[in-house]
Design a protein around this ligand. Structure first.
Ligand code: 7PM
Length: 275
């Protein structure tokens, strides 16, 4: 079970987190969700397609992206959260900023997805003072510089050590194990070879004792493998999500919920998962 305030998610089947971007420059959505109404319509579509959670993001973490001002991020995310109040699934907010976390928690968010793994003390305190879930992601560097010659002695052991330390740190701050999810952070300061090594070793992360989330949807590593641009990465994304689940991921963060849901139905049927 994953505790996301009033929601208790059953992880006996793999879950789908649908991505709701509220950024004008998102590489994947081409800026179609500039306004709240469009983001809300998109969120509703993902719910209809079978999303088990929604991840709402107002800051582009595209490699090389400029940081977004706090107020701008609030202006993007809060109206969408308000508009989705009472939604049947937990609402996650993808943010690194403690101010945005606090406002999102007040507006009913049930999960914080922090690509910075709560390394800012105020971010840790904000989540610790609530009863929401948190996703702790590994990133090497910052979005502004992370794809500039990322390098590791051993990417698996470095990411494992980081996530193990963050799990211990957030637990020490009072966040129960049942509220924690981890994520190796595909594409965040990683070359194609690093991403493949992480995917090959994914089962080790699943062994850290908290649910594992994987975000591979439409990412450039899939473009590098298939030669497809971002508009044509659906088949590769579905394959990657299924591969991640097969290797222990319990939540997949995706743009294409319906296609992923169908793939996971096949996986569930073969693995004796019902319901
Ligand atoms: C531009 C480039 C826009 C990259 C968006 C992205 C993850 C995440 C993102 C992930 C978790 C994307 C990324 N990716 N949060 N946020 N894990 N936990 O492709 O892999 O969606 S943003």
């Amino acid at each position: 079970m994953l505790h996301c305030s009033k929601f208790k998610l059953d992880l006996s089947r793999p879950l789908i987190m649908g991505i709701v971007n509220v950024t004008p420059d998102s590489f994947s959505d081409g800026g179609h969700h500039l306004d709240t109404a469009a983001a809300l319509a998109h969120a509703q579509q993902l719910l209809d397609e079978g999303a088990d959670l929604l991840d709402i993001g107002g800051e582009s973490t595209r490699p090389g992206a400029e940081p977004v001002e706090i107020q701008q991020e609030l202006d993007r995310v809060l109206p969408v959260l308000e508009g989705l109040r009472g939604a049947p699934v937990p609402l996650s907010v993808d943010t690194r900023k403690p101010e945005v976390m606090r406002a999102a928690l007040s507006a009913g968010a049930a999960m914080i997805n922090d690509i910075n793994a709560l390394q800012q003390p105020e971010a840790l305190a904000a989540v610790a003072a609530s009863d929401v879930a948190v996703c702790l992601m590994h990133m090497k560097g910052d979005p502004e510089n992370m794809q500039f010659e990322p390098n590791y002695q051993d990417v698996m052991s470095e990411v494992m050590t980081f996530l193990r330390m963050r799990i211990a740190m957030v637990q020490a701050a009072g966040i129960a194990r049942e509220r924690i999810v981890i994520d190796p952070g595909f594409g965040f300061g990683k070359t194609l070879a690093h991403n493949i090594a992480l995917l090959q070793g994914l089962e080790a992360f699943a062994g850290l004792g908290v649910p594992l989330l994987a975000g591979l949807s439409r990412k450039s590593m899939l473009g590098a493998i298939t030669g497809q641009d971002v508009a044509h990465r659906l088949p590769a994304s579905v394959a990657a999500a299924l591969l991640a689940v097969q290797r222990g991921a319990r939540i997949v963060r995706v743009h294409d919920v319906r296609a992923t849901a169908d793939a996971l139905k096949v996986w569930n049927a073969v693995n004796g998962v019902t319901g």
